[in-house]
Design a protein around this ligand. Sequence first.
Ligand code: FDA
Ligand code: NAP
Length: 438
Amino acid sequence: MYDVVGVGFGPSNLSLAIALKEQAADGTGRKISAAFFERQPAFGWHKNMLLPSATMQISFLKDLATFRNPVSRFSFVSYLHESGRLTQFVNNQDFFPTRQEFHQYLEWAQAHFGESVSYGSEVVSVRQAGGGGSASRHLELEVRDVADGSSRLVHARHVVISTGLVPRMPDGMERDERVWHSSEFLTRFRSVGSDELKSVAVVGAGQSAAEITRFLHDALPHAQVHSIVPSYGYSVADDTPFANQVFDPSAVDDYYYGTDQTREAFWRYHKNTNYSVVDTDVIRDLHRRSYEEEVRGYRRLHFHSLSRVDSIQRMGNETLVSIRSLLDKETQVLNVDALVFATGYDEMDPTRLLGDLAALCPRDDGHLQVGRDYRLVTDPELPCAVYLQGGTERTHGLTSSLLSNIATRSGEIAASLADRLHADRERALPGRVTEETV
Ligand code: FDA
Ligand code: NAP
C-alpha cells in the first residue's frame, strides 16, 4: 500500500518524485511512500523528436526543481556541475540548452529514483478497492507488464495521473508505415532507408512541423521536401518578456481565480506563445534555405501555403496526397514516399483510465472539475484523491502541458498530499497524530 502512486514518469511526475523526496528531507518529518509506473522500457522524453540542434523552449532555470527549491540538488545547474560542464555552459551564454542536453539532465535526475519507478509497466485501470463507496479508502491500480502482458494489482491511498499529450491526426487520416505522426518521427524515419525517401511531405505550421522540415532537408540532401502549411507562412512564437509572464507560477492563480473573460483574454492574446507557432531562429533558417535555392535556381524545398490535406491514397510505398489551396481553391496531388502529420496533440484526458470512477467526478459544462491543488473534484463516495499533472488547461491555463511550472506545481501537489494524508490518519486515529506518524 503506497501513500501515492504516480501514473506515468515523464518530467511532471519525476518533478513530483523530487518534491516528495525534498519534502521528506525538509525537517517536517513527513514521510510519504510513493511508487511510479511508466510504460516505456526506460526513461524517455519525446525521444522521437530529439532532432539534432533542436533547442528547449524554456530557460534552463525552469527545470525539475529550481522554481520550488532554488538549492535543490536536482537542478539543471547541479547536473551541469556534476557533469563538469558548468563553466562551459555559462561561457556558451545561452538560456536555452539543446533538447539533447536537457534529456541527459532528465535521465540523470531519474536515475536517483530507481527504487520507486517501474518501467515497462502500463497502468490500465484505476478503481476503488473493496467494492467502492465512501468507506473504501484506497484505490486499486491494474498494472500491465508491457514485455510479457501479465498484470498485477497495486494499492494506493491517492494517485497522480500524468500520462502526457495525446498525438492528434486530422479527421479521416490514418497512420501506417509511411504515414506518420510527428510523435513517432525518428523511429519511423530510421525504419526506412534514406535512399527510399526521394520525396517527403510535412503537414502543419507548428514547432514540430518546422523542425521536421528542417531535419528532412538536411538528412535527405537529394529529396524533394514539401511543407504543407495551413497558414500563409510560419508565425513566430512570442517569447518576449511581458508575454512570457503567462507562464509564471502566479499566472496560474490569475487564470484559476479569474472570470471567464479573464481566461478568454489569456487565450485570445497569448495562444501564440505556444500553439501553431515556431521559434524565430528555425523560421529564419528555413527561409534562408528557401532563398538560397531560389538564387541557385534549383528548388527542392517547397512551401505550400494556406493549404490543407484533403485526402490521402496509399499505393505500395507511395502516398498520393491531395492538397487544397485556399489561395486559388485548386487541388494538387503530391506523390511522396513518406508523409508526416505534425498536427499537434490533444491534452491528457484521465477518463478512460478512471473507468467507472469517472462517474464519481462531477463535471462542469462537460469538463471534469479540478481544484486549485490539481485534485479532481469527487463525490463523497470517492474519498481518495486523484491529482492531475496535465489536462488542466481549461482550469489552470497555458502551463498545464508544459514544463514551465512543473517544479512549483509538483510542490503544490506534494503539500496537498501531505495535508490529506495527515487528515486520513487523524480520521483513523483521532487525537493521536503527530507530524512523525504522517
Ligand atoms: P510526458 O508526455 O513527458 O510524460 C508522460 C509519460 O507517461 C510518458 O513517458 C508516457 O509513456 C507515460 N504514460 C502514458 N500513459 C501511461 C500509462 N497508462 N501507464 C504508465 N505510463 C504511461 N514544453 C516546454 O515547456 N518546453 C519545451 O521545450 C517543450 N518541448 C517539447 C518538445 C516536444 C517534441 C513536445 C511534443 C512537447 C514539448 N513540450 C515542451 C511540452 C511537453 O508536454 C512537456 O515538455 C512534457 O513532456 C510534459 O511532461 P509530462 O510528464 O506531463 O508528460
Ligand atoms: P501545434 O503547435 O499544435 O501545431 C500543430 C500544427 O498543425 C498547426 O499549424 C495546426 O494548424 C496544424 N494542423 C492541425 N490540424 C491540421 C489539419 N487537419 N490540416 C493541416 N494542418 C493542421 O503542435 P506542435 O508543433 O507539435 O507543438 C506541440 C507542443 O510541442 C508545443 O508546446 C511546442 O512548443 C512543443 N514542441 C517543442 C519543441 C522543442 O522544444 N524544440 C519541438 C516540437 C514541439 P492550425 O493552427 O490551423 O490548427
